[in-house]
Design a protein around this ligand. Structure first.
Ligand code: NAP
Ligand code: ZN
Length: 369
């Protein structure tokens, strides 16, 4: 047996955890730079609690609320400029995966005057500022991953920074911050978490250490789908399960990376603005169909979900996500070539050729209307 396990994040989970553990903010410096999306942090309690804890510790703070969904390199450079100007000692990301990922890029750019090529590398001239991550969606697991996924217009796609130096130092997971999420976002983010656990379980980089985490995440998520497939908002206990399962799935991809599903999902988001989790959900059945005959672990996933077949998995996705968007043949060809160039494609077992990716894309958007 061989594996590497590295998860240098101090994580706290539970309702009220930001206030209960306010002292954790101490000794990180006198100026915090808070990175959020447009407005959700103002109404779900996360910003209020964070500011109260900072005030209690006597830490000054400034807030940037301009992070867009699927943040671009330009967007995080703008935020980093502000972080520099205010002399930030550490960065607090509050929100869905977009502000959390942005906070990691801001942590790099506030400490380093570097170009885009250097930004998308694993090492930086100066150590990035410490990051505190406070998720308000239950899907990306970004609070426990060393990834920042940015929209990179130069390559007309999304691209990830993957560096151990951007693992958040601290994460606070309070399920009550997710109560304000509508049913569409709740489903899309849950499907994102499922795709992390599924892809991680099947990745060439999966290990005996990681598979139990992935299976636990998959079976917890499957338990929530009985409610979500009826498009009914989850109760508080289910919200906590979703956030926990999402964190486990984040721990998985922190070690395995993602695979063909995320590679195919990125151009769907870049070109068609399809939500990240939904994009993954739309192509997951096609991917499982493709690898099923050579990868015996697909059966283990189906069994953890209480499903008989990949077709049953597809039906579940259809109930959760509804019909797929219509794509032209030209779009399918373009997205195939974009996906084939993504570095996470290399984690897929068995490795798909460009023709295989084309088949998966066609299956996903011709059979699921
Ligand atoms: P998101 O893009 O962060 O947020 C989507 C929308 O949800 C925003 O309009 C946001 O509003 C709103 N929102 C957030 N929390 C809310 C709440 N509690 N109540 C009501 N609305 C809320 O969505 P996401 O799916 O969590 O993140 C997707 C991003 O994460 C993508 O860029 C994806 O590539 C990335 N990702 C990263 C990793 C990783 O390991 N780092 C893994 C998977 C995905 P506001 O703008 O007002 O806040
Ligand atoms: Zn994802």
């Amino acid at each position: 047996m061989k594996f590497r396990f590295n998860l240098p994040v101090k994580a706290f989970f539970g309702t009220g955890t930001v206030r209960d553990n306010a002292a954790e903010f101490k000794n990180r410096g006198g100026m915090a730079f808070i990175v959020t999306g447009k407005s959700s942090a103002d109404s779900n309690g996360s910003l209020r609690d964070t500011v109260a804890s900072l005030d209690e510790c006597g830490i000054a703070w400034e807030r940037y609320n301009g992070i867009e969904p699927n943040p671009s390199v330009e967007n995080v450079r703008d935020a980093a400029e502000r972080a520099r100007k205010c002399g930030a000692d550490f960065i607090i990301g509050i929100g869905g995966g977009s502000p959390l990922d942005a906070s990691k890029a801001v942590a790099i750019l506030a400490a380093n005057d570097i170009d885009d090529d250097e930004l998308f590398s694993t090492d930086f001239p100066v150590r990035p500022l410490p990051v505190v991550a406070i998720p308000t969606t239950a899907g990306t697991g970004s609070e426990v991953t060393p990834y920042s996924i940015l929209t990179y217009n130069k390559i007309s796609n999304k691209k990830s920074i993957a560096s151990d130096l951007i693992f958040p130092a601290l994460a606070f997971l309070d399920p009550s911050y997710t109560y304000t999420l509508g049913i569409g976002s709740t489903i899309n983010t849950a499907v994102d978490a499922l795709s992390h656990a599924v892809e991680g379980y099947l990745s060439v980089r999966s290990s005996a250490m990681i598979r139990p985490l992935a299976l636990e995440s998959i079976s917890l998520l499957a338990g929530t789908f009985s409610t979500l497939r009826k498009h009914v908002l989850p109760d508080e206990e289910t919200r906590a399960t979703l956030l926990f399962a999402s964190m486990l799935a984040g721990m998985v991809i922190a070690h395995t990376g993602t695979t063909a599903v995320h590679a195919m999902g990125y151009p769907l988001t870049y070109y068609r603005n399809i939500d990240h989790g939904r994009a993954n959900g739309l192509v997951m059945e096609g991917y499982l169909r493709f690898i099923e005959k050579d990868n015996h672990r697909v059966r283990e996933i189906l069994s953890a979900m209480g499903l008989e077949s990949v077709e049953g998995f597809g039906e579940l996705m259809s109930e959760l996500l509804g019909p797929a968007e219509k794509l032209s043949d030209e779009e399918i060809r373009l997205f195939t070539s974009t996906a084939s160039g993504s570095k996470n494609m290399a984690n897929t077992f068995p490795s798909p050729s460009t023709d295989d990716v084309h088949e998966m894309m066609k299956y996903s958007f011709r059979n699921r209307q």
